[in-house]
Design a protein around this ligand. Structure first.
Ligand code: TRP
Length: 331
């Protein structure tokens, strides 16, 4: 079986957009691939400097993916920090990474640009973790001989850099020491509209958390922005953000029935939102229950991640050994 690997940066609360855009596609992929999914806590350290926040974010991601159906028997699921071989490989890769390649990384360039626009020094507030981010990410990937890396479009440059770095190592030692990974960009995942109608995204502040309480969920759904059509007016489900969300959660029969009510008129947006709340809450409550149970038992969560790390390390240590020996860095 081919190997799929991806990293999840723990920098916020999981929301419905994450579920449909990342979690669900990754879980589907895990049915056809040997999947290795990890929480990129050292990547998060570049921006999250509050220990309690980072710890909470990591547990939130772990519990969230498990509650969403990730089976740790089937997917190797671990914390990046639980696999210290990652950092040894990153150091090795750094010796093969041209500084100029890092200068061209979009995230770094954008940070410099922002500084310059504010009239500040280009490097203001930029740490080496951000600058060498692509090297660490290449290590994450190359350590596990990944064939495919499911990522969002914004991450494709990082995968190309991992390819370049792996190629440089292989070329130098005239040997296929590292597998060249391919990006697997999810093109056809549903766009999940946020509360204001724009794409649901943490940076827009328009998200619906995946594990909100029932009453929070209801409040948020009632806050979705609608047009001023009155109750009696027929409504077009195909141009309604509320219906777009409904479609993600409802089965086909429910969708057809509610679409007919939209078109018939007589149903106001308030009622449309009630229907949306009903189906979202129905589909999310089992996940929420599992999530709350996992969060309440951090030792259990930790032991799942520790078991994953153990499996991951047995693969990772072989990769590092292979490279050490090729490089002349023998124990
Ligand atoms: N950079 C990715 C992001 O911001 C997270 C990540 C870290 C990752 N290491 C990875 C993704 C390795 C894929 C493979 O989302």
């Amino acid at each position: 079986m081919k190997i799929a690997l991806t990293g999840i940066k723990p920098t916020g609360t999981l929301h419905i957009g994450n579920y449909f855009g990342a979690i669900k596609p990754a879980l589907l992929l895990a049915e056809r691939y040997d999947a290795r999914y990890f929480i990129a806590d050292f990547h998060a350290l570049n921006t999250v400097k509050d220990a309690a926040k980072l710890r909470e974010a990591v547990r939130g991601i772990a519990a969230g993916w498990l509650a969403s159906g990730l089976d740790p028997e089937r997917v190797i699921f671990y914390r990046q920090s639980g696999v210290p071989e990652t950092f040894e490989l990153a150091t090795m890769l750094a010796a093969f990474t041209p500084k100029g390649l890092m200068n061209r990384a979009h995230a770094y360039k954008a940070a410099v640009q922002q500084n310059l626009e504010k009239g500040e020094d280009g490097d203001a507030g930029i740490n080496m973790g951000l600058f060498t981010y692509p090297v660490l990410m290449a290590a994450d990937i190359l350590l596990f001989d990944a064939d495919f890396v499911p990522v969002g479009r914004d991450q494709t440059q990082h995968i190309e850099m991992a390819q370049d770095i792996a190629g440089a190592v292989n070329y130098n030692y005239k040997k296929d020491l590292l597998k060249i990974p391919q990006a697997a960009v999810q093109e056809n995942t549903a766009v999940v509209p946020g509360l204001d109608g724009r794409k649901m995204s943490k940076s827009y502040g328009n998200t619906i958390p995946l594990f909100s309480t029932e009453s929070e969920l209801r409040k948020l759904i009632m806050r979705i922005v609608t047009n001023s059509q009155g109750v009696d007016e027929p409504k077009d489900p195909d141009s309604s953000r509320i219906f777009d969300l409904y479609r993600l959660f409802a089965d086909e029969g429910e969708q057809a029935a509610l679409a007919a009510r939209y078109r018939a008129g007589g149903m106001g947006w308030g009622e449309a939102k009630e229907e949306l709340f009903r189906v979202v809450n129905f589909r999310l409550s089992p996940l929420r229950e599992r999530y709350n149970a996992l969060i309440a038992e951090p030792e259990k969560l930790e032991s799942i991640l520790a078991l994953g790390a153990e499996k991951a390390r047995s693969i990772a240590s072989r990769t590092v050994k292979r490279l050490r020996s090729a490089m002349g860095i023998d124990a």
